[in-house]
Design a protein around this ligand. Structure first.
Ligand SMILES: C[S@@+](CC[C@H](N)C(=O)[O-])C[C@H]1O[C@@H](n2cnc3c(N)ncnc32)[C@H](O)[C@@H]1O
Length: 500
């Protein structure tokens, strides 16, 4: 995903321009000394603050983080991680609450900016309080009792007048707000969702994107199975609850967000954190044992590892990417996974000579293309403020170019899967349809055909519809990130009536 794209449309109206790096007198130091642990956590780390009380320091940290976050010139998770590195004494629970509050502010920026235009104190302070309130109530404002008890949890952080202000805001009827404000989307994206999925459903989609995503794991079947992983996760303690994911056969969903990277199971490679939709995508490629497979845009290998496990570590699985940094992140994951069939290959572009050498030799190719990431807004809400229609148009050209180049790799009869985590048709079916127009040597394989063995009881497999051959998952319908997949098969080179 193009999370590193910079966006000139940064919103500098919000929050003071003081950077957290520019600390002079630090009002937090005394409070922090009481925290024993200070390990770095993932940006959206533990969400084990359901019983947490917000502390004054949480609001102060958020006030410091916000100016840089709201410039939208870098990915939010990178800014948050860097901030936590600069605050090594912050405990895991504090980090979790601060990170979740920061992401809540990004998810609901329009709404919170409007609310923050009233009230006492600086705007950054008001946004910080709204973020904390949203994180503590886990469903955001406007949810009646939950907001009330979250305000109570916040009470000892509040200064005179703030309690009343929050109470007033929590009773605002969302339908009284402008659609762009209540749905927290930039105008271009709201308009795009109005065309597809359509005016009737875009509000449902927008609402689903305002909530945090679930934490999904994929059991690494090279080392364990889902039942064992469920037992392991449920043994972590009463605060967390693990259940099977509804659709992906090896998936486990966790209520709460434990710091899993420190667990023995993680270190032993028993599981990877992976959204259920992303897990399902590997089944669209459906690799077989002993095959030659290419994951063309492998990144840090989320899908590579799922594909490698389906191949039972046999055959050869090339993991291409133009980013050395991302491929470097694949290495330790691969080592943990126990897969010996994965071969990371850095390429300088989709036209690298290494690709030509493999032309016509590959059984299956996945192109998990760089995209706008609009299907991942629950996890990466900053993207909706950083992406632009011009950025999407640029990505379109890249997507077509990568797909054209990847197609050269396939043997006759081989399978090519084009996928994105976007919800925009021009990055999805638009690219797939254009590809078919210029590649008569490929034909579409309906996603429903491919997935029917995984969903034998259903008339139509998950993400498939009767009126098109593509695969599409939606956050508001399937509870996963948004994904698109198109399956193509290279036609056999023999004329159809040739004798065998
Ligand atoms: C959507 S991400 C891939 C995510 C990855 N498949 C996973 O499951 O974690 C797209 C990837 O495409 C890579 N990329 C960008 N341009 C590329 C190109 N021309 N050829 C190959 N990979 C490219 C990016 O570095 C990025 O890692």
């Amino acid at each position: 995903m193009s999370a590193e794209r910079s966006n000139p449309k940064s919103n500098k109206r919000l929050g003071p321009q003081k950077s957290y790096a520019a600390k002079s007198k630090d009002p937090l130091r005394r409070a922090e000394r009481r925290n024993a642990s200070g390990n770095l956590i993932a940006p959206e780390g533990q969400k084990n603050f359901s019983n947490a009380k917000a502390l004054p320091q949480h609001a102060i940290h958020l006030e410091r983080l916000l100016p840089e976050l709201l410039q939208f010139d870098q990915p939010a998770d990178r800014i948050v991680s860097r901030y936590f590195r600069s605050e090594p004494k912050l405990g895991n629970r504090d980090r979790a609450l601060i990170a979740e509050s920061a992401f809540a502010i990004l998810r609901r920026k329009n709404e919170f900016s409007q609310f923050a235009s009233s009230g006492e104190g600086s705007q950054a302070r008001r946004l910080a309080l709204l973020g904390l309130l949203s994180a503590l109530s886990e469903g955001g404002l406007g949810s009646g009792n939950r907001a009330e008890s979250a305000i109570a949890d916040l009470a000892h952080v509040l200064k005179p007048g703030e309690y009343e202000w929050l109470q007033r805001i929590s009773t605002v009827d969302p339908s009284s707000l402008n659609p762009l404000v209540r749905n927290n989307l930039p105008e271009w994206l709201w308009d795009a969702f109005g065309k597809y999925p359509g005016e009737d459903t875009r509000e449902e989609l927008a609402k689903s994107l305002m909530h945090p995503a679930s934490l999904d794991l994929r059991a690494n079947t090279m080392k364990t199975n889902r039942e064992e992983l469920l037992a392991q996760m449920n043994a972590l303690g009463g605060r967390y609850q693990a259940t099977p994911t509804p659709f992906a056969p090896d998936g486990v969903r966790i209520m709460g967000k434990p710091a899993l990277q420190h667990t023995a199971g993680f270190k032993a490679g028993m599981f990877e954190v992976q959204d259920e939709g992303s897990q399902l995508l590997a089944y669209l490629l459906a690799p077989k044992r002993g095959e030659m497979v290419v994951d063309f845009c492998a990144g840090a290998g989320g899908k590579t590892l799922a594909i490698g496990a389906l191949m039972r570590s046999t055959g050869r699985l090339y993991a291409f990417d133009t980013s050395e940094r991302r491929l470097a992140n694949l290495k330790p994951r691969q080592a943990r996974s126990g897969l010996s069939n994965v071969h990371p290959v850095w390429i300088d572009s989709e036209n690298d000579a290494k690709i030509k050498r493999l032309a016509g030799k590959i059984d299956r190719v996945l192109v998990d293309a760089p995209c706008s990431g609009m299907g991942t807004l629950r996890r990466n809400p900053d993207l909706k403020w950083r992406q632009t229609p011009e950025g999407v148009a640029e990505l379109n050209q890249k997507q077509a170019s990568i797909l054209n180049s990847a197609a050269r790799l396939l043997k006759p009869g081989g399978r090519l899967v084009y996928a994105t985590c976007s919800l925009l048709p021009q990055e999805n079916q638009g690219v797939a349809e254009d590809f078919l127009k210029i590649h008569p040597e490929f034909e579409v394989v309906p996603a429903a055909e491919v997935l029917k063995s995984l969903f034998p009881k259903d008339k139509l497999p998950l993400g498939c519809s009767a009126d098109n051959p593509w695969w599409q998952l939606w956050p508001h319908i399937h509870g996963t990130d948004g994904f698109f997949g198109a399956v193509f098969q290279k036609k056999s080179s023999k004329p159809e009536n040739a004798e065998t």
